[in-house]
Every structure is written in C-alpha cells, then in structure tokens.
Design a protein around this ligand. Structure first.
Ligand code: FUC
Length: 794
C-alpha cells in the first residue's frame, strides 16, 4: 500500500484552533439584561466574578468574591464545624443495630438522633455592585449588542446613539487579579461611578481624586473586606465627592476594580494573619493601573487562551443570525444546524465557566460557580458533596482543563484535619470524612434536614478525584505527595467504619442512605459502590507507593466487601441491598448508577447484565428531571453506549433546564448541570475508564459529521478525532508518558493508515475485527490514524 503523504496528516492537525466558527463561542443578545439569574452574563477569574447587565444609561457590575462568607469562626454564639463535643459513635452503633436483617428507618428517625442543627454555617455573599451611570441622552439607541466572547473571556456591550458609537468591554484578569471595564465613545462621556455595598457589613467609603476605596467587615463574623476602584482616562477630568467619582472625558475610560477579604483557607481560624485586604487590593489595582488597559487585556487574553484554546469542538453547526436567547428558545424546532450550533456553544460555555469559576489560589467552584447576588442564596451557595461539587469537576480532566482542578484539591486537603475529628467523633474511626455539605469554614458534620443530611461516603468520592487526576496525568509526584495521603485517609476511615452484615457476612456501610431518597438501610448500593471504587484505586495506589501492609488490609476488605451491584425483580439495578425499588418512581437521584458513572464497575462490554439493569432503571426514572439530574443522565447513557439517548437528554436539558444566558437551572440556577453536560458530551465522543481509549463510543445520529480536537484520555493522552457519515476518518493521539495504550475505534476494523511521528504507512494490524489497536506511548509521542478511503455515503 502506498504511503499517504505527510501533508494530509498535517492538514488535519493544523486545523486545530484555526478557522473556528466564532458563533459557536459567542453568547450575544440584542438588549440589556434586566434579570440577574436569567440574562446577565458571567465573567470571572476563579476568585472574583462579575455579572454584566449592559444597561445603556446605567451599567451594573454585580461583583462576587469567593471567600466573602458569613458564619464560621468569629460568629456570635461560636462555631463548631458541625462537630459535637461528645462521641456519637455509640449512637451510631445503636442505629446500625436497628438496621440489621434488612430493617429500615425513616430519614426523620435518624436525623432526629444524628442530625445537627446548622449553627453559624453562613452563606456565600454578594460583594456588591459597581454602578456606572452616564448622563442620559435623548437620541434613540440602535445596533445594540451585548455579548460574551468565550474565546477571549471578554464581555462587550455596544450601541449607536445619535452620532456616538459606544463600546464597552469587561473582563476579570487572573494574572492581574482585577476586574477591568473599558468604555469608549466617539463622543464625550459624562459618567458617575460608585459602589453599592450590601448593608450586612460595616462600610467605610473614602474617595481620593481617581479612586474609591470601600472597606469594612461582615457583621456576622468580622471578616474584613475591601473594594477599590481606580478610574483612568488620558484627557478630561475625574473628580470625587464623598461616595462617587465623576468622569468627563472624550478619551477611553478604564475602570479597574480590586476586591479582597482577609479569608485564608486554613482550619481552624480561616483568617490571613496580619493581612489587611485593603492593602492587597490597593497593590493589585496600582499594578494594574501602571500596566494600562492594552497590556491587561493582552495578559488576560493569553492566560485565558492557554486553557480555553486546548479544545475545539466542531459539530457542523451553522452560523445563525439569531441572538442566543432566541437560538435557545427555537432549539429543537426543526433547524438541525442551529441545534448543533447551540450544542457546541453550550459545550464551549461549560469549559468557559469552569475557567471563570475555578483557578488556583481560591475556593473551588460552588453551587453557583463564583457568581452570587444574594445575602441568603439557595442552599447557601455552598459545596454539596453528594453529587454537586463532584459534578462541577467532571469536565476538568477530560475537557483538558487540568489547570482548573487545583482549587478542588486545595479545598479537600484543608478538610482533612476537621474531617479526622468528624471520623472519630461520629464513628470512632480513623481517617477522615464529612457528610452532605460543607462551606468555606471547614464544616464537616451532618445537618438536620432529614432527606439531605447524610453522605459520609463524601470523602471517598472526593478522594477518587485525586486518583482520576493521576490516571489522566500519570503524575507520580502528585500521586505520592497529594493523592495518596488523601486517599489513604479516606480508605482508613472505611476500613474502620464498615460493619459485617449478618445476612451474608459481607462488609457494609451502616447506617447507609441513598442520596435524598428512600429509607435508611444497611448497605445501600451507592454507599457500597463508592467504597469499592475507593478501595480498588487505593489498593493500586498502595502497591505503587510500596505500602504493602495497607495494600494487604485493602485486599482482605475487598474480598469481603458487598459491591452494591444487584439486579432486582423487574430487571432493575437495585438502589438498596433489598429489592425495594418502585418502577413508578421518577426521583432525580439515580445514585445506584454510580458504578456506571463516574465509577466504572458497570460496563456494557464486561458486565452486560448489569448494564442492562442500569438501562432498565434509567428507563423507569425517565428522562425529564432537574438540571443536574439530566446532565448526569447524559453521562449514564453515553457510558451505556447509547448516543441517541444521551443526545435526547442533552436536548431536554437545553430545552427545559437552560436559562437565556445558558446557565443550568435546577431550578433555581445551579451551575453543576452546565459542567455535567459538558463532561457528558465528551463521554459521547471519548471514553477511557476501563483500560481502553474508546473513540466515538456514543456518537448520536444528530452529529453525523464533526471533529473534536484536544480532549483528554486516561493514560496521559490527548485525543483529536474527525468523523463523517462513513465513520471515523482521522484520529490523532498525543502521548505524555511511556507505555502501551489500547485504542478502540471502528476505524481499526478495516484497513487503515498509521502515522507514527511523521511517516504514514499501512498498518500491519489492519482489519482487526475487535476494532482495537495498541500503541507504545512515549513522552512527546504523536500517533495518527487515517481512513484511506474518501466517504461516499449511499
Ligand atoms: C442536592 C440535590 C438537590 C440540590 C442540592 C443543591 O442535594 O439533591 O436537588 O441540587 O443538592
């Protein structure tokens, strides 16, 4: 077979990141936002967030800073991290005994004994608003446009009024740690700018020439905050009164905002000793002022592109003249190319949102990412760890955004010291754990909401994120220094806390509760599956770390562990150890499918009966649900290799659980669904959970041709795929480590060409029926595979 010219290979590879259809990375609207939740557009740098309304005469930048939380240490009446003084272990054992032999307890009965009233738990706060008002003009406004450019990480507002063309730009810089607004107009701008700060804190405002400085402390806990604004313009004048600045200028006007608190993510006091947040913010604003707008924009653009530009998805959507709210409102009404545009945009938005809400140096993305406009947001805008925080980070590895995962690991590690006390006080166990939800203040105890207070498997589930990071990166230093201690602590906890089930002598979790559903029992499926997952990965990690004694303990426990995988009377994957499932129940949690996703014990190839039972359960629960639940189901169906059904769930999410600004709604707005769906779309295109890199495992009919570049597979591989109506036509794998990688694709079932480095040749293994081929990866390795024939669809 003749060699295919090298050029072919490069032609595909060079398309990466080039010639991208801008409309798939642009949210845009033809009117200002009036509703924070549904319409305003989010920008952020992980630590700070701002919502842009795009008002014509009055612009509102609603600002958040991740650490501004009420409650916690310093609160009146004290704070105990959810930890009782007395040991609850005897009570726990008593309740465990009440659950033997298949007995059940109502959640209310358990919460009445083990629940704990939230005391100074606190809420994530709005930092305040920056209000910029202009002297209003009477001429009518035309050509209004408000947009969010996902490629640049910049929001823009523009319009024409009379002779004046007005252009405004907004971004939050990670390298410079400031919010930047840049206003230009072809006429003179007369503006007044001020902060509007919520009244649950002390507020001291000082103005000085071109600067406003607001400082104070939350009444709740004394946490100090500071916001500083600097206005820069090269001509005209800036004057200050008591609370605001007046600007009159025919030159561009730049607004630079710094916002800080004296929070430090460190148990138990959570305060940065000796740090005045006003000094930190002032230094940041000063540095940014010296840098000027163009340099700030450049640095921000380069920083954002270094993450966002790693991946490109092309579903062959068509550029549309419709603004994003109308594109969404008309989704699914017959224009397939528009639908694919929205799907691609939604995928890009998920990646954008993670970059904007999770960067090293601050808390992880909470229930609302980093954006919040309330003093008492839904669920405190906290960290729920029975699905929500985990879901936030599902796309971090696969969507090539490993640079966003650091805050999760910093957060989890800081929970270990109080988590050790929780393990000891509640269970009399070693290791560490926490329950259903946590805050910025190391809350590790249960709360008292009967149907949502119990999930001691949270530490095990979070520890799996460390293992996954290792699988994706093969970073041995990370495994040794960060992953292993956290995993070992979580595994130690369950080695101590598991009990023997007299029914069959197996090790079970008891009391055990399937998230937010059903009664308390011993050995609910999800509990068992999470512990099994943790023990298996910890066993591998222990061997890798040469910890033979611990490996032996895990090995012994695994042999006796109930795996939580049972097929019940109507063919369903059971939620509990006893067959209690109601086929008519459509509860949003389908926790018993943890083993299908994010776990990997259920797999249509190696465990077809369990996969069929999972399908049965999903069919019974139905496709309609709340935002994050639909997002999880995209992942489930992708893992079942049913691309059309996964797509149906995605379509339902876009139609029924997505707001005009493309935020996921539970309702209310909850960002996990954005992230879960982005991860699910990758699961449709690439999977690697069971030792095989599976190319297009669940491609839906709705995506007949397309391409994805730069997504990640376990084994430290970066994967690009192009496909058309005849199937896969090109695969490119970049490898980061030495070692074999097994690939699966329909491409390998027929003759194909392979290029290692730069040379393409016919592959000796061509035509393998099982569609598998193996490559020997190496650092900096590059392997390409090409279908030799052009596509001639019937
Ligand atoms: C979990 C879910 C709820 C909600 C809450 C924030 O407890 O069961 O539906 O999403 O998190």
């Amino acid at each position: 077979m003749r060699n295919v010219p090298v050029l072919l290979l490069l032609a595909s590879a060079s398309a990466f990141g080039q010639g991208v259809d801008k409309s798939a990375a642009l949210l845009w609207y033809d009117k200002p936002a009036t509703d924070w939740e549904k319409e305003a557009l989010p920008i952020g740098n992980g630590r700070m967030g701002a919502m842009i309304f795009g008002g014509i005469d009055s612009e509102r930048l609603q600002i958040s800073e991740k650490s501004l939380w009420t409650g916690g240490p310093g609160s009146e009446g004290g704070y105990d991290y959810g930890l009782p003084k007395e040991s609850q272990a005897p009570l726990m054992r008593k309740i465990g005994k009440q659950l033997v032999d298949g007995a059940t307890l109502a959640p209310e009965a358990v919460a009445g004994q083990l629940g704990r009233k939230m005391h100074n738990y606190g809420d994530y706060q709005s930092f305040g608003d920056l209000i910029i008002e202009r002297e209003s003009a009477t001429a009518p406004v035309s050509n209004y446009r408000r947009e969010l450019d996902l490629f640049d990480g910049v929001a823009r507002v523009s319009f024409t009024q009379g002779d004046a063309r007005v252009e405004r730009e907004y971004f939050v810089s990670y390298p410079d740690q400031v919010i930047v607004a840049h206003w230009t107009s072809s006429g003179t701008q007369k503006l007044r700018v001020r902060f509007a700060i919520p009244d649950n804190r002390s507020i001291e405002t000082r103005t000085d020439k071109t600067r406003i400085r607001v400082t104070g402390a939350l009444r709740s806990n004394g946490l100090k905050y500071a916001a500083i604004l600097r206005v820069i313009t090269d001509c005209g004048s800036v004057t200050a009164d008591e609370y605001s600045l007046q600007v009159e200028s025919a030159c561009p006007i730049t607004f630079i905002v710094g916002a800080r608190t004296n929070y430090e993510m460190r148990y138990p006091d959570y305060r940065a000793a000796g740090v005045d947040p006003a000094d930190v913010a002032a230094a940041e604003v000063l540095k940014a002022t010296d840098a000027r707008h163009a340099a700030l924009l450049d640095r921000h653009g380069a920083d954002h592109a270094a993450l966002f530009g790693n991946v490109r998805l092309d579903l062959k959507g068509a550029a549309s003249p419709l603004p994003t709210d109308q594109l969404r409102a008309t989704y699914g009404t017959g224009n397939a190319a528009n639908d694919r545009l929205l799907e691609t945009l939604y995928f890009n938005y998920g990646r954008y949102l993670l970059i904007a809400s999770s960067r090293p140096g601050s808390l992880p993305a909470n229930l609302q990412g980093v954006w919040n406009d309330k003093a008492t947001p839904p669920w405190n805008a906290d960290y729920h760890v029975n699905i929500n925080l985990q879901m936030n980070y599902w796309p971090a590895e696969s969507a090539n955004l490993a640079g966003t995962v650091g805050p999760l690991f910093d957060f989890v590690e800081h929970l270990v010291p109080p988590g050790r006390i929780a393990a000891e006080r509640y269970f009399g166990a070693k290791g560490w754990t926490l329950f259903l939800n946590t805050n910025a203040w190391g809350y590790v105890g249960p709360i008292d909401w009967p149907t949502a207070f119990w999930q001691p498997e949270a530490s095990a589930w979070l520890a799996q994120h460390y293992w996954e990071h290792y699988l994706y990166t093969r970073d041995a230093v990370f495994l040794r220094k960060r992953a292993w201690p956290v995993m070992k602590g979580a595994a130690e906890f369950w080695l101590d806390a598991l009990v023997t089930d007299p029914r069959d002598g197996k090790l079970v979790v008891s009391p055990s509760y399937s998230p937010e559903h059903g009664p308390f029992t011993a050995g609910a499926s999800m509990s068992q599956q999470i512990v099994a997952d943790l023990f298996e990965s910890s066993l591998e990690a222990a061997r890798n770390q040469g910890d033979a004694a611990f490996a032996a303990r895990l090995d012994a426990a695994l042999k006796k562990l109930d795996r939580g995988l049972r097929v019940g009377g109507w063919g369903q994957l059971q939620e509990w150890k006893a067959d209690l499932d109601d086929a008519k129940d459509d509860h949003r949690h389908v926790s018993q499918l943890y083993a299908l996703h994010p776990g990997h014990a259920i797999d249509p190839v190696s465990t077809p009966e369990l996969a069929a039972a999972a399908r049965k359960m999903l069919d019974a629960r139905g496709d309609a649900s709340t935002g994050w639940s639909r997002a999880w189901k995209i992942n489930f169906w992708a893992r079942l290799r049913d691309g059309d059904r996964a797509h149906k769930l995605l379509a339902g999410l876009l139609r029924d659980s997505t707001l005009p600004n493309l935020w996921d709604t539970h309702p209310p707005f909850q960002i996990d669904g954005n992230f879960g769906a982005t991860a699910g779309m990758i699961e449709m295109l690439l999977q690697s959970q069971n030792g095989v890199i599976d190319i297009l495992p669940a491609l839906p009919g709705a995506w007949p041709s397309g391409a994805v570049y730069g997504i990640r597979a376990r084994g430290d591989a970066t994967v690009s795929i192009e496909w058309d109506e005849c199937g896969v036509k090109w695969i490119d794998i970049g490898t980061g480590h030495a070692g074999p990688l097994t690939l699966h694709s329909s491409l390998f079932e027929k003759d194909f060409k392979v290029g290692v480095g730069k040379v393409l040749r016919a592959n000796p293994e061509s035509g393998r029926k099982d569609g598998r081929t193996t490559i020997d990866g190496y650092p900096g390795g590059r392997f390409s595979f090409l279908r030799p024939d052009a596509c001639a669809p019937p």
